[in-house]
Design a protein around this ligand. Structure first.
Ligand code: GDP
Ligand code: IMO
Ligand code: MG
Length: 405
């Protein structure tokens, strides 16, 4: 029996999910995205070549691996088209190995405008990709879905009605000029090819794969602390980033997930606004940002940096039923004299345990016993505190800079 694995972020995103999904995909039959949209930026590095994926699952670089975008994802057709063309130009094939659920809600140009004007008032610091407004319409039962491109006449009516609604919001609430419904319709129809080539029924396709004992990897986007229900609300994204999202986002029961790998950086980062108790505003914070090259893979914004928060991490592990921990970016701590982890809060203020830095190079190490002793002790402390062992440790951005224990 093959094993199905979920990989998700335990922090505020950018934990290195793309790198780990790519690393594990070699021997995997199918990789699926189940939530989020092109707000995600998943970076893969192979032989010095960097690929950033926003919508396409991070298994795409392995020719024998199929990729599915599940119904829980909100889909920007123009962004997807660009991403496909970019990868095809590098020689990657999509034929018979790439699929999109007919039930994906579409992100329209009006959603992007709404996201941007709303964020000027609400200051969440969104990625400006239209994610929130698109999920609002999905829940409001007004969304246009990929399958709607199969009937252009009724698609036109649905788009006219939705754009009319968006324009009322834009003009009356945000004092912004309206969009032209015909232009929005034409913009959607421009990408009809994506519907004709790749549109499938997600639960039915998943069912076939599971019946045929295919190994499936579920690729989370964002992270647990950005979850719409369980994150630092309202400073969250608009989807279920936690383990529960897999079932609803693909149309399969939870019993098909065998292994849940939760990813954390060896420290913490956050992009956008919202609480971040262990954030650093000093020299150590700048060192993490610089050595970790902490700039958003989607928006290029600088990421806020701070120490690892074990209180939040332990909670995230529980919420997702994590079976295996993965710690990334260990090498970023190589030059730190002192490393701290938050083990408690006193009156809302983090209480830290201090570690002496190992001040040695871990970059590229692939065997646990080759790590400096102080780095091993740091990892052991984390494992014991959160009561979960780290079966994967990442020591650099490249596919092979990985310790599999
Ligand atoms: P994702 O959104 O979770 O896939 O993560 P991102 O791709 O947005 O951000 C992670 C960044 O860290 C990327 O630039 C990766 O290339 C890089 N990265 C991943 N793992 C490691 C690691 O172990 N060490 C270092 N130095 N960089 C890493
Ligand atoms: P990956 O998959 C980090 C953050 C935004 C903002 C909040 C809401 O690469 O880890 P949204 O555009 O989703 O409505 O923005 O969520 N955010 C992310 N932060 N990594 C991501 O994705 C993110 N996707 C959204 O910065 O704070
Ligand atoms: Mg990212």
């Amino acid at each position: 029996m093959s094993e199905n694995t979920l990989i998700l972020g335990l922090q505020w995103g950018d934990e290195g999910k793309g790198k780990i999904v790519d690393n594990l995909s070699e021997s995997i039959d199918v990789v699926c995205r189940f939530q989020g949209g092109h707000n995600a930026g998943h970076t893969i590095k192979v032989n010095g070549q960097k690929t950033v994926l926003h919508l396409i699952p991070s298994g795409i670089l392995h020719n024998n691996t199929k990729c599915l975008i599940g119904n829980g994802v909100v889909l920007a057709l123009d962004a997807l088209y660009k991403e496909i063309k970019h990868l095809q130009a590098k020689g990657i094939s999509f034929k018979d190995r790439f699929f999109i659920s007919s039930a994906c809600s579409l992100i329209l140009p009006t959603h992007i405008t709404l996201d941007i004007v709303k964020d000027k008032k609400e200051s969440i610091g969104t990625t400006g990709r239209g994610i929130g407004p698109a999920y609002e319409d999905k829940i409001g039962r007004r969304a246009i879905r990929l399958g709607d491109l199969g009937d252009l006449k009724s698609l036109k009516e649905k788009i006219y009605s939705l754009v009319k609604y968006h324009n009322r919001l834009l003009e009356n609430i945000y004092q912004h000029k309206p969009h032209d419904a015909d232009e929005v319709f034409n913009e959607v129809v421009k990408y009809k090819e994506l519907h004709d080539k790749y549109c499938i029924d997600s639960p039915q396709t998943m069912h076939q794969w599971i019946k045929n004992d295919k190994s499936i990897l579920f690729e989370g986007a964002q992270g647990t602390l950005l979850d719409i229900d369980h994150g630092t609300y309202p400073y969250v994204t608009s989807s279920s980033t936690t383990a529960g999202g897999v079932s609803t986002g693909l149309g399969i029961g939870p019993k098909f997930i065998d292994k849940i790998i939760g990813i954390t950086k060896a420290y913490t980062t956050r992009v956008g606004e919202g609480p971040f108790p262990t954030e650093l505003h000093d020299e150590s914070g700048s060192m993490l940002a610089q050595k970790g090259n902490e700039f958003g893979a989607t928006t290029g914004r600088p990421r806020r940096c701070g120490w690892l928060d074990l209180v939040l991490l332990k909670k995230a592990i529980f919420m997702n039923s994590v079976t295996d921990l993965c710690i990334t970016k260990l090498d970023v701590l190589d030059e730190m004299q002192e490393i701290k982890v938050c083990t408690n809060y006193h009156n809302g203020v983090p209480v830290y345990k201090n570690f002496e830095g190992w001040l040695a190079k871990t970059e590229g190490i692939t065997t646990f016993s080759d790590l400096p002793e102080k780095a091993r002790l740091y990892i052991q402390f984390v494992e014991e505190f959160v009561e979960c062992s780290a079966s994967i440790i990442s020591t650099g951005p490249s596919r092979n800079q990985t310790i599999l224990r």
